[in-house]
Design a protein around this ligand. Structure first.
Ligand code: FES
Length: 279
């Protein structure tokens, strides 16, 4: 049922709507009585913890590879591919860069980091959690104006699709690392907890990438008639359910990639043993 019409002759109030105009600011109250702030607080805590841990792991430049001395071939996803000449022996594949003297992780982390930072889901999450823009639905923006992602620096968020392509290359490399971990260097083949950890990590990263909005658009976007593009239609149909779970895969893969680094770090430092079965 709609609102009753004003009586004939009664004074009418007109509320002007200004698109892209003032958004309120911190002094505008909300009618929400629930604990809407819990989600942004948890998001900020988890993301900040990840950034602190990943930065430390990237700069520390040790204990990222478990090699022949422990009869294993396990490399941390933060350091793979290890491209610098200074990489621990056995940890790098392909050509090496001799002039790089800092941690080899710093050579590559821009790609997975850029992929996550520009992700459509994470954008929503950190805009809400860190910039309170807005912190939740029906809660006013903490800022007085809004320019969206139309200006520097946020306009660079549009590079997401390119980071997606780089992300696929990293997924292939990390999947290779998972298969390589069946090699027990100097001791044939086997399967260990580290192998399982690397496979779960690679699987979650694939699920995160394949559920990406840019991936779904790449497969099914811009098609006027699906009947004329059956392969793209099938791809789009297969990816759409994954896309619906993108947020879940984003958090699972984020937490697990940190756990994978931590596990390999603990094994490499001798703090724990990587139990397994020798074939
Ligand atoms: S939208 Fe999240 S990875 Fe592309």
């Amino acid at each position: 049922m709609g609102a009753p019409l004003p009586a004939e002759g009664a004074e009418q109030t007109v509320t002007p709507v200004v698109l892209g105009g003032a958004r309120g600011g911190p002094s505008v109250p909300t009618l929400r009585k629930d604990r809407y702030w819990v989600q942004p607080v948890v998001t900020a805590a988890v993301l900040a913890s990840f950034v602190v841990y990943a930065s430390w792991a990237a700069f520390v430049n040790k204990n990222y590879f478990v090699g022949a001395s422990a009869n294993r071939d396990l490399i941390s996803p933060f350091y793979s591919p290890c491209l610098a000449t200074s990489c621990v022996p056995g940890s790098h594949i392909g050509p090496s860069i001799s002039w790089w003297t800092l941690s080899p992780a710093l050579l590559i982390l821009i790609f997975p980091l850029g992929f996550r930072m520009t992700c459509y889901y994470y954008r929503k999450a950190y805009y809400r959690a860190f910039w309170l823009a807005p912190p939740a639905c029906a809660v006013s923006d903490a800022h007085g104006s809004y320019s969206g992602e139309t200006r520097f620096p946020l306009i660079f968020q549009n590079v997401h699709r390119y980071f997606f392509y780089f992300g696929l290359i990293f997924n292939v490399i990390l999947t290779y690392d998972a298969f390589a971990s069946f090699r027990w260097l100097g001791d044939g083949t086997g399967i260990s907890v580290g192998t399982v950890v690397l496979f779960v990590n690679a699987t979650l990263l694939w699920l995160y990438s394949l559920s990406c909005h840019a991936c779904r658009h790449l497969c099914g976007g811009g098609v006027k008639q699906f009947s004329k593009a059956p392969v793209r239609y099938r791809l789009w149909k297969a990816l759409t359910p994954l896309n619906g779970k993108h947020m879940l895969f984003a958090w699972m893969s984020l937490c697990f990639v940190a756990f994978t680094d931590l596990y390999i770090r603990l094994v490499a430092s001798g703090a724990i043993h990587d139990y397994g079965i020798h074939f």
